[in-house]
Unconditional design. Structure first.
Length: 1272
């Protein structure tokens, strides 16, 4: 305790000694001149002594800035700490410190010093310290109670910059903790009461200014007086200058213009006027320093200074007598909704107008010409909104959190910032990772603490921190420092093109940030090993501001020092191992980290979509202008004439996801099973603040949504069998499912198989959350087998219609062969219904046969459908149709079971038998039946059971089967097996069929037969037995003809017609061709067409030889009378027609009979008709002859008789023309027989004296026609 007390006593002693020393060493205060503030010296000193806080207000030039620090010294301040004086600008801090030190008779750095960024001119025994408001803010971080000061003077508080407002709020809170601290707030005569109210009614001391009266003239600009090339206020300025120059009183003119472009145009126009003894000078912030100095130099000429609002308060322009005020200025406005800085040209507030006007009354009476109306002036707002209401608050919020000053919303700002701007500030800090949300508000992160100690915009400090991670800190320090200072590149108004050419070497077309790095590197290389003159020369050559380059270097060094103090020196994170593209990527990833919400994607040339729905154009001064960058990051988005992106770098969209991290928003669409990846996947879209940075990436969906992914896995991978290699349990379950689905297909009801959801539940209960094959296999391994995933048929069935299923067999016998049936219940599909699967080699067995009768279930349904669709005249006898269908089905099943009979033929017979109803074949609505009721025939690959071709009409397969069943190799095999030509039986016996081997152990069944081809026969192979039998009959008989070739000459002699008939033969080829045909007929009558063994062939030939000539004589006995009668009747008909030439009725009659004659006796009648028909031909011919004789005399009677036969002739022709392909052979034979019955009926009508072969009448014809019509 004693030691602690002694230490405390020593500290007190040192403090007393320091106080005594500082009291003794205080500089002697000297006041000089007649500054207006000195008239209030005693009042102010008294107020300083009696009040902790005072407000001093007065016009510019009253002496507030230089005299108040001395009055504080006189009031006893500066003993316990420094008298701190803040200035809005560095130049003011330096110049005022020099002036006060000079007035005290000292050099800067003794009693009076200054501290600005990168320069500290304060001494250890100082009393007064001038500094920028930014320096005081930085000191609050290391000295939160500002113990090094006992007095603070906040000068130019009326400017209401964000720093000033923050300092005032900070001091209001600090005043409650430090009763010893004196605070003096100085302001121009702009609303000083607001400051007083903010500090609980602090006293206000007004100091009158030293000004001369100013005459105000209103000269509103007239838009109609300007052309398209210039703005109205430029023309108004020219007119105002002319008005002032005509006074011929001399004096400098200060013109306030809103933009640099306006200044340049105005200066050019004024120079064109060539006023005598007048210099025209521009003034704006980016003007090179050398050009700015011209304004302050004394000259013999008058000056016209055309300036932005920088000349309002920032710079005091000497010698001004006249002011021309456009009343406009660019006023920076931060827009939190788009996070852009707008620089619109707006009408300035009354306070600014007054400031401008006051510039004209400093030396003598002045004139101010306002280029707007007095009414316009009166409508303007009193004050320009303070910066805190129109700026980004992120930096202020960061510093407040670092200093533990609480929430910004409750901070005692003079004007409270808007809630929306506050939210935006927090959002930016969240985006930068500087803060996190805590239970009691927002908390600084580790990154946030590092960012807060850097004298940088938070975005730029975030870039620096990211660069440490990306291993490019050296380069980013340079770029970060460049973004924190004014652009060193200068463009003198009269040398813009030269400057552009000089700086072109630095430009990187991909990145303006690399351009800055190029300038830095070139600048430092230029002075390597040289004096400072080398740097200045380099700057002059490349139009760079040497002062700004020095400031850039100083900022970079300051940042490096801060990082060094934090344990992260630049050298530790240098880019020595990064070059080229790697270094470029690292730099721009670092920049992205600070400007996440300022990335953009190209819309069209120079136009970009930015985050948060913004659209901006590349600034024409950017190196990327007119380039092709797809994605960019921009460090500055400013709105002037439009929204411009000014500082840009080309980036790759894939970098954004890595840098942005949790700020990326991911969405997933099209979740699906991917068999190649063996997992459930989805299409992922990644967006950043509304911009899509990844459009369609396939990703695993399980980690995103395990529940939905598991559902998809079960449905698409397991139930739909999407797995590339099916596991055994799935194959097992598929067999069961197919079995149950076949049951449903048979009965055509989807009521047996359980729902998909039931099957999904089966797997989900046993598997849990599984969405990939790897996990499935792992679970099966853990269980020891897949038995737990194997279903039973009972798991898949709701019920079992056993009795109904028996009516649908799985196989049927057709044509002596067994065929499988496939059932499908797919209405509208080409495969709907039952399919008979036919191996190509067995196609012959099905051709011409019907399997309908073998499928009882199909038979009953098909009968029912046909009966329902019958015309009413038949259907009304079958009511109720369902009962009739059941009875007919039972009848057909009992009588034709196992039969290949035509279904319609059997049904027609059953109708007659059961109900006595005859339904014509044409009345059956077979074409209107639902497709599934017609058996579908499918030609299949015998081994793989692969369907080759299918049709509901078996004849389509028979006629086109070669297209599918026979390929090039098969055709070669067939050609190899075929033989010929032959004139006798010099080949092996012919089998009924042969199975020819094809590739891959396949076979195809073919049917051998003899084929008649020219003068010989060949052994050929056919695809159907029917075709082979047809060809073989002709082929075998042709072989007999060749066998009897030696007997042919004598045979032809036996078959020779009398000469008179030979000469009259009217048919093609004449008598010789006709007699050759007779020779073939003679041979064919003697031998069958079915012989397949050589031995039988020779035996039959031996038996036939003795009978050939007798057969020939029999043929001649039958044929010769027919030929004679044909020739005679033909000649007689021609004579009748010639004799009655001109008689239309006779001509038509003879033509009718001539056609009838040709139908009765065609050229090949001996081969076409059998012996019975041949024997009746002479009778029909005599009847025709009798009709000719009688009819020509009585045409009307003949017509009446013909009309009796006509209905039967017409009916026959109609049936033949409409005969469907599926018509039975029985019906075709019956039609031929009916034609001969009509011939017999004609005999009874036209030559009743000739005896008919059978009893004939119209009633018998009608009955027979009804029977034929009912046939199928």
């Amino acid at each position: 305790m004693a030691e602690k007390r002694r230490a405390f006593e020593r500290r007190v002693t040192r403090a007393e000694e320091k106080k005594t020393r500082r009291l003794k060493e205080r500089p002697r205060v000297v006041y000089g001149g007649d500054l207006p503030i000195l008239a209030q010296r005693k009042t102010i000193i008294d107020a300083i002594r009696r009040h902790r806080i005072i407000v001093v207000t007065g016009e510019t030039g009253s002496g507030k800035t230089t005299q108040l620090p001395k009055m504080c010294l006189e009031a006893g301040r500066g003993v316990h700490g420094l008298i701190g004086c803040t200035q809005p600008r560095r130049i003011a801090a330096v110049s005022v410190a020099s002036r006060v030190a000079e007035e005290l008779g000292e050099h800067v750095g003794q009693s009076v010093g200054y501290k600005i960024r990168f320069e500290n001119k304060t001494g250890p025994r100082g009393y007064v310290k001038f500094m920028t408001d930014g320096i005081l803010l930085m000191e609050t971080q290391s000295d939160p109670l500002l113990r090094s000061y006992d007095t603070l003077i906040i000068d130019e508080a009326h400017e209401r910059s964000i720093n000033i407002d923050f300092i005032l709020g900070f001091l209001k809170k600090l005043a409650a903790q430090r009763n010893d601290l004196k605070i003096i707030i100085t302001s121009a005569t702009i609303d000083p009461e607001k400051f007083s109210r903010a500090f609980d009614g602090a006293p206000v001391i007004e100091v009158s200014g030293r000004t001369w009266p100013v005459e105000i003239r209103y000269r509103p600009a007239d838009p109609s007086e300007s052309d398209e090339a210039s703005s109205p206020h430029i023309e108004a300025v020219l007119a105002a200058v002319k008005e002032l120059k005509e006074r011929r009183e001399g004096g400098n003119i200060l013109v306030f213009m809103p933009t640099e472009q306006d200044i340049r145009e105005t200066c050019e126009s004024l120079e064109d006027r060539r006023y005598r003894n007048t210099l025209v000078l521009p003034l704006y912030a980016r003007l090179p320093a050398a050009r700015q100095r011209l304004i302050f130099q004394s000259t013999r000429e008058d000056k016209i200074i055309v300036a932005t609002n920088v000349a309002e308060t920032s710079i005091t322009v000497p010698g001004i007598r006249y002011v021309i005020d456009t009343g406009l200025a660019r006023i920076a406005e931060y827009r939190p909704q788009s996070r852009t800085v707008g620089l619109p040209v707006k009408a300035v507030a009354k306070s600014s107008v007054i400031q401008r006007t006051g510039r004209a009354g400093r030396l003598a009476r002045g004139i101010c010409i306002r280029l707007y109306s007095e009414e316009d002036f009166e409508k303007r707002s009193d004050f320009t909104p303070p910066e805190i209401l129109r700026t980004n608050l992120a930096e202020i919020i960061l510093r407040m959190l670092h200093l533990n000053l609480g929430e910004i919303a409750s901070f005692p700002f003079i004007d409270k910032p808007r809630p929306r701007t506050i939210r935006d500030g927090y959002d930016i800090l969240l985006e930068l990772g500087a803060i996190t949300r805590g239970n009691g508000g927002y908390l600084l992160t580790e990154q946030g603490h590092h960012m807060a100690v850097m004298p940088l915009d938070p975005r730029i400090s975030r870039i620096v921190l990211e660069a440490a991670e990306e291993n490019c800190l050296n380069e980013i320090l340079v770029i970060a420092a460049a973004l924190s200072v004014q652009d060193p590149r200068e463009r003198p108004p009269d040398m813009e093109q030269e400057a552009e050419r000089a700086q072109k070497a630095f430009v990187n077309p991909a990145s303006d940030f690399i351009t800055l790095l190029n300038i830095w590197n070139a600048f430092h290389r230029s002075s390597s090993g040289k004096s400072g003159k080398g740097k200045r020369s380099f700057c002059r050559k490349h139009f760079l501001s040497f002062r700004r380059m020095k400031e850039w270097s100083s900022v970079r060094d300051e940042l490096a020092a801060i990082l060094d103090e934090s344990g992260l020196p630049p050298e530790a994170s240098g880019s020595g191992n990064l070059v080229g593209e790697q270094l470029y990527e690292a730099i721009h990833k670092s920049i992205i980290a600070g400007y996440l919400s300022q990335v953009a994607v190209k819309k069209e040339k120079n136009m970009y979509h930015f985050a948060k729905g913004r659209e901006a154009m590349l600034f024409p001064g950017s190196g990327l202008f007119n380039g092709g960058a797809a994605w960019i990051v921009s460090a500055e988005i400013v709105e002037t004439s439009r929204l411009f992106a000014r500082m840009n770098g080309m980036i790759k969209s894939e970098w954004l996801e890595e840098v942005a991290g949790s700020f990326c928003r991911k969405s997933w669409s099209e979740p699906r099973w991917d068999p190649l990846r063996g997992e459930v996947v989805a299409t992922e879209q990644v967006s950043l603040f509304g911009l899509v940075i990844v459009a369609g990436r396939t990703v695993s969906y399980g980690p995103v949504n395990a529940e939905e992914a598991s559902e998809i896995f079960v449905k698409q991978a397991l139930l739909e069998e999407g797995i590339t290699s099916l596991p055994p349990f799935l194959k097992h379950n598929r067999v069961l499912i197919d079995r149950v689905e076949t049951m449903e297909n048979k009965i055509r009801k989807r009521t047996i198989l359980v729902d998909e959801e039931d099957m999904v539940r089966f797997y989900r209960e046993r598997l849990g959350p599984v969405y990939d094959v790897r996990t499935l296999k792992k679970i099966i391994r853990q269980k020891g087998s897949d038995e737990f995933l194997r279903m039973r048929e009972e798991d898949l069935r709701r019920w079992l219609p056993a009795e109904e299923l028996e009516r649908y067999p799985d196989q049927v016998d057709v044509g002596g062969e067994r065929f499988s049936l496939t059932y499908r219940f797919e209405p509208g599909s080409a495969k709907d219904g039952v399919t008979l699967n036919i191996p190509s080699r067995l196609l012959h067995a099905v051709a011409g046969r019907s399997p309908d009768m073998k499928i009882p279930g199909l038979l009953r349904e098909k009968i029912h459908a046909l009966l329902k669709r019958l015309p009413k005249e038949y259907r009304r006898h079958l009511i109720p149709v369902g009962t009739a269908a059941d009875q007919l089905a039972d009848l057909l099943n009992s009588e034709t079971a196992g039969d290949d009979t035509s279904f319609l033929q059997a049904l027609s017979s059953a109708l007659i038998e059961r109900f006595g109803i005859v339904v014509p074949a044409a009345a059956w609505p077979i074409d209107s039946l639902p497709a599934h009721l017609a058996v579908r025939y499918a030609l299949v690959d015998g081994k793989k059971n692969r369907e080759l071709k299918a049709s509901r009409n078996i004849s389509d397969l028979v006629s086109n089967s070669a297209d599918h069943a026979i390929d090039e190799n098969f055709e070669r095999a067939v050609r190899t097996g075929e033989q010929g030509p032959f004139n006798t039986w010099d080949f092996e016996d012919l089998f009924r069929w042969i199975d020819i081997p094809l590739k891959q152990k396949k076979t195809i069944r073919v049917y051998p037969a003899l084929s008649e081809e020219g003068s010989a026969v060949y052994v050929r192979f056919y695809r159907t037995e029917e075709e082979a039998l047809f060809k073989h009959a002709d082929g075998i008989r042709r072989l007999y003809e060749l066998h009897f070739a030696k007997d042919r000459k004598y045979l032809l002699q036996c078959l020779r017609l009398p000469d008179d008939l030979r000469q009259s033969i009217p048919w093609p080829g004449g008598a010789k061709a006709f007699e050759d045909m007779l020779a073939r007929v003679a041979v064919r009558r003697l031998v069958p067409g079915t012989i397949r063994q050589r031995e039988e062939f020779l035996r039959r030939a031996a038996q036939a030889r003795p009978l050939i000539f007798e057969t020939a004589r029999e043929i001649m006995a039958t044929v010769e009378p027919v030929v004679g009668l044909y020739i005679e009747i033909r000649r007689r008909l021609l004579d009748m027609k010639e004799t009655n030439r001109g008689n239309v009725g006779v001509s038509a009659f003879t033509d009718l009979l001539k056609n009838h004659l040709d139908r009765l006796v065609p050229p090949d009648f001996p081969a076409r008709f059998d012996e019975n028909r041949l024997s009746r031909l002479p009778v029909y011919l005599r009847g025709l002859s009798i009709r000719a004789e009688r009819g020509i005399a009585h045409l009307e009677k003949d017509k009446a008789k013909a009309d009796k036969a006509a209905p039967f002739e017409n009916a026959l022709e109609k049936i033949r023309q409409s005969l469907p392909p599926f018509s039975s052979e029985q019906k075709r034979r019956s039609l031929d027989e009916f034609a001969w019955m009509i011939e017999e009926y004609r005999l009874s009508l036209f030559a009743p004296e000739l005896k008919t072969a059978e009893t004939i009448s119209s009633r018998r014809l009608e009955k027979r026609l009804t029977e034929i019509t009912a046939m199928v």
